[in-house]
Design a protein around this ligand. Sequence first.
Ligand code: ADP
Ligand code: MG
Length: 248
Amino acid sequence: MSTGELVIEGLRAGIPGREILRGVTLTVRSGEVHAVMGPNGSGKSTLAHVLMGRPGYEVLDGSVTLDGIDLLSLPTWQRARAGLFLAMQHPVEVPGVTLIESLTAARPGVPAEEIGATDAGIGERLHEEARRIGFDERFLDRPLNVDLSGGERKRNETLQMGVLRPRFAVLDEIDSGLDVDALGAVGRRVEEATAEWGLGVLAITHFRRLLDVLHPDVVHVLSEGRVVATGGSQLAEIVDRTGYAAYV
Ligand code: ADP
Ligand code: MG
């Protein structure tokens, strides 16, 4: 069971000439679920991208550490090796690379010279995870996300998280595009991971429905690049009822 913390402090970041995140501070501990809600354009995906080190974004100030390791100074693949995982809001198609190839390369602790070698153990875990969330096993040998529907891609992201077992997962609208049954299965899988190996979760979402399954310990509302409210799960219910108007 992993223990540790992902600490975001005073994070200011954006694209050249425009500050989008204007001082974000929050700490996720192992086993905790933090929800981040907020209106369109408030900077939620930017936060996810800056945490993972997507090119094109600049960090202006602040720090992000995972168990004291300074993530912002590392390239994306080393952030992943340190235990950070991102499920993207819009997962991209990667023609020519199968899921098993990408997971074999991504699994933690693999020496660089072994990247590309196929790990038989991963195949078994893939099938087990696929069954847990109802992901069609015929997709496992296909190129990553190619010709998958929006909901299938979201399940695919969840599957990768289950196989890789990261220490912290940032889930950017993992619920968008999922039907109600898939939403339940994905939410339960993530919730179980918090107990199975102490996964810490930063779940970006607009909808309470995900949070009914994935019980958040803490809910944050992001508006114009700042955390403007933090509370328990009742905050998600208030937002669900009244919208964001009170917070912007
Ligand atoms: P959210 O995920 O909360 O809807 P985003 O983080 O995607 O919001 O975007 C916040 C704001 O920053 C939006 O106005 C968006 O258009 C802008 N933005 C984000 N990333 C980029 C980018 N790479 N280039 C230009 N504008 C961007
Ligand atoms: Mg977004």
